[in-house]
Design a protein around this ligand. Structure first.
Ligand SMILES: *[C@@H]1O[C@H](CO)[C@@H](O)[C@H](O)[C@H]1NC(C)=O
Ligand SMILES: *[C@@H]1O[C@H](CO)[C@@H](O)[C@H](O)[C@H]1NC(C)=O
Ligand SMILES: *[C@@H]1O[C@H](CO)[C@@H](O)[C@H](O)[C@H]1NC(C)=O
Ligand SMILES: *[C@@H]1O[C@H](CO)[C@@H](O)[C@H](O)[C@H]1NC(C)=O
Ligand SMILES: *[C@@H]1O[C@H](CO)[C@@H](O)[C@H](O)[C@H]1NC(C)=O
Ligand SMILES: *[C@@H]1O[C@H](CO)[C@@H](O)[C@H](O)[C@H]1NC(C)=O
Ligand SMILES: *[C@@H]1O[C@H](CO)[C@@H](O)[C@H](O)[C@H]1NC(C)=O
Ligand SMILES: *[C@@H]1O[C@H](CO)[C@@H](O)[C@H](O)[C@H]1NC(C)=O
Ligand SMILES: *[C@@H]1O[C@H](CO)[C@@H](O)[C@H](O)[C@H]1NC(C)=O
Ligand SMILES: *[C@@H]1O[C@H](CO)[C@@H](O)[C@H](O)[C@H]1NC(C)=O
Ligand SMILES: CC(=O)N[C@H]1CO[C@H](CO)[C@@H](O)[C@@H]1O
Length: 493
């Protein structure tokens, strides 16, 4: 099919380029004094996921993390064939049955999620009362259901100004806000990503390998009278998936902040990672610094600041953990929501990324309070990555101290582990809840057996850079400030 050729060419172009060399000169957008600040809630829509086994999704997260780390740190990405090999390895495991997904009702890998995708009932008796608040009792049945069913868990409406609620995608896989675009304004579900700097939604003419771009909301002149398309192309490649399209201007409203005639992208082509019906978002908003942007335009938060709608280009994240059932995730633009963190725990550290990521120096890494003695490590703080991807030697050291193990496929720890890993920034230590470290049972019917670990080894990157995603960020309040080029972290209240 012609489209698949287009995609092959597109991907070949993207993968053979070296993004670090394509980074444009930094453009700073001065902000005007204005004390206003906006917050948007994050929210669960159930879209049954019928196509992908949770263990495969995990491999996708690991792959995505690896590619991101490569891109972030200016190295060429791992060749696509390597990543595909990783996927195949995981699939092979499932199909050969060495990852135990079998039970009275399920045979082997490929039919697994179909059987379990429709209903939100506890998977097993043993799992049904696993605590979602304590530690040591294994993976929460809520997480298992969410991993199997996919979909969004809606956030409560935030009280703070300039704030959007962040819905939880599946079992804490990603965080999604609803914004309005166009005339008349339509709702779009957008993945909020501190680890990239491009903003796009699918276009009305969007195509994928599967034909159309799925059951999503699209933007174009048919549905928006204020939509203006340019002839400037853009492409963005993520850890998993890629999009290509053109720049456009239209009106964007985030948490009541009206950004008229904002320049962003409409995707005319999406890979299946974005186009599938099961993908719970219609587009993606990068909130790293626009130096990283492929579109070479200011990010929405930079535009809000330069237009004086918020006082400074600050994005602040409180992401929530499904198992807590608090659904209080949110992103605030222009400031911090002081009700979400403990004021005297706030530490502010300089950004050390050369290319526009939010990257800070880690002062210490401890396991159960014991210092690992790792020094000179940095963390790229990325809401768009599910896991923590660390250099292999560091990962192995941490796993060993945790009582976990790594094989060629992945690192695992006992699902019942109470061990605590903590990362220190500034002078503050931020402990990762043990529930976040025991991510998902290797045997879904044994939520107190071995679990895929929240830290996995990245086979690329310098041996001092960690890609630190939601496994960590669920445990801290994160605020990133473009104007001052700094990152703040605080303990959650
Ligand atoms: C897989 O799980 C089933 C049911 O939980 C159990 O009976 C079986 O022994 C397990 N197989 C392996 C290889 O662990
Ligand atoms: C998967 O389901 C299909 C159709 O129901 C069936 O033909 C096939 O044998 C199943 N495969 C496995 C591994 O159970
Ligand atoms: C699960 O926990 C609830 C509340 O603690 C309790 O009422 C219920 O009996 C428990 N169910 C099982 C199967 O243990
Ligand atoms: C974790 O803590 C719980 C309760 O505090 C305890 O029952 C359990 O045995 C502990 N697990 C491990 C692996 O130490
Ligand atoms: C939101 O902004 C309005 C107007 O500036 C102010 O009156 C109100 O107190 C703010 N609410 C919160 C929760 O900060
Ligand atoms: C598409 O999504 C809408 C709203 O999310 C839902 O009502 C509808 O059933 C979906 N259609 C398909 C074919 O999945
Ligand atoms: C933009 O992409 C389209 C489709 O790939 C191509 O036909 C067109 O020439 C490109 N335009 C520019 C200005 O590069
Ligand atoms: C929108 O902005 C673009 C440049 O970003 C400009 O060319 C265009 O005239 C603007 N349109 C309106 C209606 O302001
Ligand atoms: C941990 O070890 C590192 C390197 O030896 C040291 O710089 C740091 O101060 C130690 N931190 C703590 C909390 O002991
Ligand atoms: C850490 O503590 C030292 C001594 O108390 C202080 O001088 C320094 O400013 C603190 N650093 C940060 C980032 O808070
Ligand atoms: C993108 C950016 O501004 N990066 C900066 C991060 O901080 C370091 C250290 O202050 C600078 O050297 C980078 O230019």
């Amino acid at each position: 099919m012609q489209l698949s050729i287009v995609f092959a060419v597109l991907l070949a172009c993207i993968l053979s380029s070296t993004p670090s060399h394509a980074i444009p000169a930094r453009t700073r957008h001065q902000t005007q004094a204005n004390s206003r600040m906006v917050t948007v809630p994050l929210k669960r829509l159930y879209i049954p996921r019928t196509d992908v086994h949770p263990q495969l999704l995990l491999q996708q997260h690991i792959n995505r993390g690896n590619k991101r780390l490569a891109r972030m740190t200016g190295r060429s990405e791992p060749p696509e064939y390597e990543l595909r090999a990783e996927m195949h390895k995981r699939m092979y495991i499932l199909e050969s049955g060495s990852v135990n997904t079998s039970s009275a009702t399920t045979k082997a890998g490929s039919n697994f999620s179909r059987r379990h995708s429709r209903h939100s009932k506890p998977v097993t008796e043993a799992a049904s009362n696993a605590s979602s608040t304590g530690t040591g009792s294994g993976v929460s049945p809520l997480d298992i259901q969410a991993a199997e069913n996919g979909g969004l868990t809606a956030a409560k409406k935030p009280a703070a100004n300039n704030t959007l609620g962040l819905a939880i995608d599946a079992d804490d896989v990603g965080y999604i806000a609803t914004i309005q675009i166009g005339t008349p304004p339509k709702n779009f579900n957008i993945l909020m990503d501190s680890g990239s700097a491009d903003f796009w939604v699918g276009s009305e003419t969007c195509q994928s390998q599967q034909g159309t771009c799925g059951n999503h909301t699209f933007l174009g002149s048919k549905s928006s009278s204020s939509f203006v398309q340019s002839n400037q192309n853009f492409t963005v490649t993520y850890g998993s998936g890629a999009v290509a399209g053109v720049l456009c201007q239209d009106n964007v409203n985030m948490a009541g902040l009206q950004l008229n005639n904002h320049t962003f992208g409409v995707a005319n082509q999406e890979t299946v990672q974005f186009s599938a019906n099961t993908v719970a978002f219609d587009g993606l908003m990068g909130l790293a610094q626009s130096t990283l942007s492929n579109q070479k335009v200011p990010t929405p938060v930079e535009s809000l600041a330069s237009k004086g709608l918020i006082s400074s280009a600050i994005s602040s994240f409180k992401i929530s953990r499904l198992a807590d059932q608090l659904n209080d995730g949110q992103v605030t633009f222009g400031g911090l929501d002081s009700t979400k963190f403990v004021a005297n725990t706030l530490v502010t550290i300089p950004n050390v990324s050369k290319v526009g990521f939010w990257e800070g120096t880690i002062n210490a890494i401890t396991v159960n309070g014991q210092n690992t003695s790792m020094t000179g490590r940095t963390a790229i703080l990325d809401t768009g990555t599910t896991l923590i991807i660390a250099p292999p030697a560091d990962t192995l050291a941490v796993m060993t101290m945790l009582g976990g193990k790594c094989d060629t496929q992945q690192c695992t720890i006992p699902c019942t582990s109470n061990a605590s890993v903590a990362l220190s920034f500034g002078n503050a230590s931020f402990a990762i809840d043990p529930r976040d470290m025991a991510l998902f049972p290797v045997d879904v019917n044994n939520p107190t057996g071995d679990c895929t670990a929240g830290i996995q080894a990245g086979t690329i990157g310098t041996n001092t850079e960690w890609l630190v995603g939601d496994v960590f960020l669920k445990n801290a309040y994160l605020s990133v400030d473009t104007q001052n080029n700094q990152i703040s972290l605080a303990k959650l209240s």
